[in-house]
Ligand binder design. Structure first.
Ligand SMILES: Cc1ncc(COP(=O)(O)O)c(C=O)c1O
Length: 469
């Protein structure tokens, strides 16, 4: 990182954490230069960068101010009811009907689960693929199926080290995307009929996996910024024979909530006391806007109770279907289950990603990707404030590419979904994120695509539809 980028990052952090509030003046160039010991031109360059990212704006003869992330900032959603719900899961039909209807490439993809494919280094990955295949030994074509590509395993372990997790290599199981890893983990520690604690709202595939494995969900309420309600979880663990937890401690889908380190430690201690394993879904870990990755709950794990699942689908190579789990004490059972089901992810895809991680400039790509996503988040927030009803609430995640909107009570988001789709706009309606079909007035919108006039018009159209409820 260059000096001005580092300085810009410091100011961005002050804005994100609320120390510098919307509308507030940022330190003048002279003041900043003196206080932070950087040259005035470094401050100028940093402020241009922050302006470009939509975080501050210049006012004639007055200096720079934190942008009202949007002229009329929307409030954060309410905390849901504090009571946990236990229920059978039956959402697949609803989820499939929503996902089916948003496949049309002409639809504005606010309902999509992926960022724009143009944000990924696909041509560079293709070069890695051909290079890796030229070098792949006949022995490895077969051997890498069971153990996984050794270079890839090392590269993944190295990235864990950077985020503060020491990992034994034999804990790592390479999988067909994180979704396979998550499925295997859950199968390893549960049997049909068992109770599993999940978030409310939760990633819809979590609900589908529970449904497929005939498991019951204990829905734990979420705080939109700080993650699961630990008191409610503690109460459920006390009262119910919960067999596993499936949580996202960072950049949760759909809320974007990220737990503090203290909360992660407290969660781990709680689960440790009850000896309940945690399946930690951390597929958005690389998409943080701040300078460094958050520690996962796995970093507090002393006795292998946490199965930490990651993936390249969201940060590098969608469609390559390469993910993994650091499986702790369950690693061997997970590995065996994988050998009995899909055997292995594609060996060429693993080799291509391993080559890219070593030679392709992954960190440079990630910096560009995070920058694009943060800029687009600013654009969507500003647009929502212009076009959506004033009572609308919205999250403000510190990474990723989803915003969670809570509309006025009278809005039925499944109906909103149909009306929007008829106008060529998709969105992910709230009820697909809940086993109990809650969140009927909420929706998740994707800002993973470059913001353009069409996105702005789509937000305006959504605003007009919302006004009809
Ligand atoms: C929260 C969450 N977990 C897991 C996955 C699945 O990841 P992968 O594509 O690597 O299987 C997704 C993808 O949408 C996700 O959003």
């Amino acid at each position: 990182m260059k000096r001005y980028e580092r300085f810009a990052e410091q100011i961005a952090e002050l804005i994100r954490s609320g120390v510098l509030a919307p509308g507030e003046k940022v330190p003048s160039v002279r003041h900043a230069s003196r206080t932070y010991g950087v040259s005035p031109s470094t401050v100028f360059q940093a402020y241009y960068l922050l302006e470009d990212r939509g975080l501050i704006s210049a006012r004639a003869r007055s200096g720079y101010f934190v942008r009202e992330h949007a002229q009329r900032p929307l409030h954060e959603p309410d905390i849901g009811p504090r009571q946990a719900h236990t229920t059978e899961v039956d959402v697949s039909e609803l989820v499939f009907s929503v996902l089916d209807s948003i496949k049309d490439p002409l639809t504005v993809p606010f309902g999509s689960a992926f960022p724009s494919p143009h944000l990924f280094p696909l041509p560079r990955l293709a070069r890695s693929m051909s290079q890796a295949l030229r070098e792949l030994s006949p022995h490895a074509v077969v051997a890498d199926m069971t153990a996984g590509n050794p270079d890839l395993r090392r590269q993944i372990a190295l990235r864990y080290m950077v985020s503060g997790v020491r990992l034994a290599l034999d804990e790592l199981v390479i999988s067909n995307g994180a979704l396979e890893a998550l499925n295997l983990c859950l199968q390893t520690v549960t049997a049909p009929g068992d109770l599993v604690a999940i978030e409310a709202p939760a990633f819809y595939a979590t609900l589908q996996v529970l449904e497929r494995l005939k498991l019951k969900a204990v829905e734990i309420p979420m705080h939109p910024r700080e993650g699961i309600d630990l008191d409610s979880l503690a109460d459920s663990l006390q009262r119910l024979p919960v067999k596993a937890c499936w949580f996202m401690s960072g950049l949760q889908n759909p809320l974007g909530a990220s737990m503090s380190d203290d909360k992660k430690r407290a969660l781990y201690e709680l689960l440790q006391r009850h000896q309940v394993p945690l399946i930690e879904d951390d597929v958005y870990a690389e998409l943080h806007y701040g300078p460094s990755p958050a520690k996962p709950v796995k970093s507090f794990d002393r006795d292998g109770l946490v199965m930490h699942c990651g993936s390249f689908s969201k940060s590098l190579a969608p469609g390559y279907r390469v993910g993994w789990v650091a499986g702790g004490r369950y690693a061997e059972r997970i590995q065996r289950l994988k050998l009995m089901t899909t055997l292995s992810p594609s060996v060429p895809a693993q080799a291509a990603i391993a080559d890219y991680l070593q030679h392709g400039g992954y960190d440079r790509h990630l910096r560009k990707l995070r920058y694009a996503l943060e800029t687009q988040q600013g654009a969507m927030l500003a647009s929502a404030a212009r076009h959506f009803p004033a009572e609308t609430r919205v999250t403000r995640p510190l990474g990723g590419y989803f915003l969670w909107f809570e509309f006025p009570e009278r809005v039925d988001s499944l109906h909103l979904f149909q009306l929007a789709l008829a106008q060529g706009i998709s969105l992910a309606p709230g009820p697909i994120f809940s086993a109990t079909r809650r969140f009927q007035n909420c929706a998740r919108l994707n800002h993973g695509y470059p913001w353009d006039a069409q996105s702005e018009r789509a937000m305006e159209t959504l605003g007009r539809i919302l006004a009809t409820f």
